[in-house]
Design a protein around this ligand. Structure first.
Ligand SMILES: Cc1cc2nc3c(=O)[nH]c(=O)nc-3n(C[C@H](O)[C@H](O)[C@H](O)COP(=O)(O)OP(=O)(O)OC[C@H]3O[C@@H](n4cnc5c(N)ncnc54)[C@H](O)[C@@H]3O)c2cc1C
Ligand code: SF4
Length: 338
């Protein structure tokens, strides 16, 4: 591990000042010389692996008093970025009104990790592509822009089939982000000039020609909260993985339905484990609206969810698996007793 300096932020202004002062404009994830430290369950791993090399680590945990609230109001839910995954997953109100959120968190990582890890750190986690995480491989466009991609024709069983480019096929690994994108969440961002809010769907960037740029966060900015409009009691998060615990998704689906008198008024579908970014399947959603649910409809929607998918060999099985996950998740959501 390389030497770095440690700074403990006493408040948000100090944190963004410290981060901004040491960071390179518009490329905070890959070129930043300062990184925020929340639970540390990903950042410290990547520093030990020499993948991330911050010269300064800014500990934002002292902000938890202001940034870890869970507020459920008439118009929706607000979650502080420093709330722990385990606390949010165990919240009975969230389990009742947003089961997709509670389960996306409960099915992630392990109990010990969830006790440490924060919501903000979770959405900012980086890909588990083994070539990215092993610096002995030079050819990783995400780590070394222009160096090529070892996964393209290499071992790519865990890689993405949606949102890929000829530069990078790394999967976005998190679970919670699928729940957020399905429910039209917004993200509150705190920077040197105050706070701004944007749709969560605009936070992550597909790899395109610059896989090293992963988010739209600007230099020195921090995620301070997430807001979810409305309530979604008829929602599920279904995750298929190699083992039932402590494992990333091979394929997952976040589904939310609004059903009135047997007719689907609104439908949301987001896919995980199969795409380079948290993935909203809007064309598939459109097939559900105004319909009565049956198994044939679930199959058509599952097909539509993966109509643009492209496998690269080892990962091609994810297309068939993903369709089954979507169809099952839809059935579960449709059959929920609300
Ligand atoms: C073995 C293992 C299995 C796992 N399995 C899963 C899984 O199945 N599903 C899943 O979703 N996750 C999984 N994870 C990932 C885990 O959930 C993340 O490590 C955790 O959520 C990160 O949160 P943290 O608070 O520890 O982040 P940190 O490690 O502190 O930070 C992570 C990154 O986010 C940045 N950051 C942190 N907070 C903020 C903020 N507020 N604003 C802007 N940037 C910020 C940091 O600088 C860093 O770059 C697994 C991790 C491990 C080690
Ligand atoms: S898939 Fe992306 S992260 Fe993995 S080796 Fe290729 S460029 Fe690097």
């Amino acid at each position: 591990m390389r030497p770095f300096s440690y700074q403990r932020a006493t408040d948000a202004a100090v944190a963004v000042q410290a981060l901004g002062a040491a960071s390179v404009e518009n490329d905070p994830l890959t070129q930043a010389t300062a990184q925020p430290l929340a639970g540390g369950t990903t950042l410290i791993d990547l520093m030990k692996l020499d993948v991330m090399r911050p010269s300064t680590v800014v500990d934002i945990n002292p902000l938890a008093q202001d940034w870890s609230a869970v507020e459920l109001g008439g118009d929706g839910l607000k979650l502080g970025a420093l709330a722990k995954m385990s606390d949010v997953a165990a919240n009975p109100e969230i389990q009742r009104s947003y089961p997709v959120i509670a389960n996306s968190l409960k099915l992630a990582a392990s109990a010990q990790l969830r006790n440490m890890a924060t919501l903000g750190g979770n959405v900012m986690q980086r890909t588990r592509c083994s070539y990215f995480r092993d610096v002995s491989y030079e050819n990783c466009n995400k780590r070394n822009p222009g160096a090529g991609c070892a996964a393209m024709d290499g071992v790519n069983r865990m890689h993405a089939v949606l949102g890929t480019s000829d530069q990078c096929i790394a999967t976005y690994p998190g679970d919670f982000a699928q729940a957020l994108i399905a429910l039209d969440a917004t993200v509150e961002i705190t920077g040197r000039s105050g706070t701004r809010t944007m749709p969560f769907a605009e936070l992550h960037k597909a790899p395109g020609n610059s896989p090293q740029i992963e988010t739209t966060l600007r230099s020195g900015e921090l995620i301070s909260a997430f807001a979810i409009p409305g309530r979604w009691p008829r929602s599920v998060y279904l995750k298929a993985r190699d083992r039932q615990s402590y494992e990333f998704a091979l394929s997952s689906a976040a589904i939310a339905l609004d059903v009135q008198d047997g007719t689907i008024r609104d439908a949301r579908i987001a896919l995980g484990g199969v795409a380079t970014v948290p993935w909203r399947a809007r064309e598939a959603e459109a097939l559900l609206k105004g319909q009565k649910f049956d198994d044939g409809l679930a199959t058509r929607v599952a097909e539509a969810s993966f109509q643009d998918a492209k496998g690269r060999g080892h990962n091609s099985f994810k297309i068939a698996l993903g369709k089954r996950v979507v169809a099952h998740a839809l059935q579960q959501a449709a059959m929920m007793e609300i």
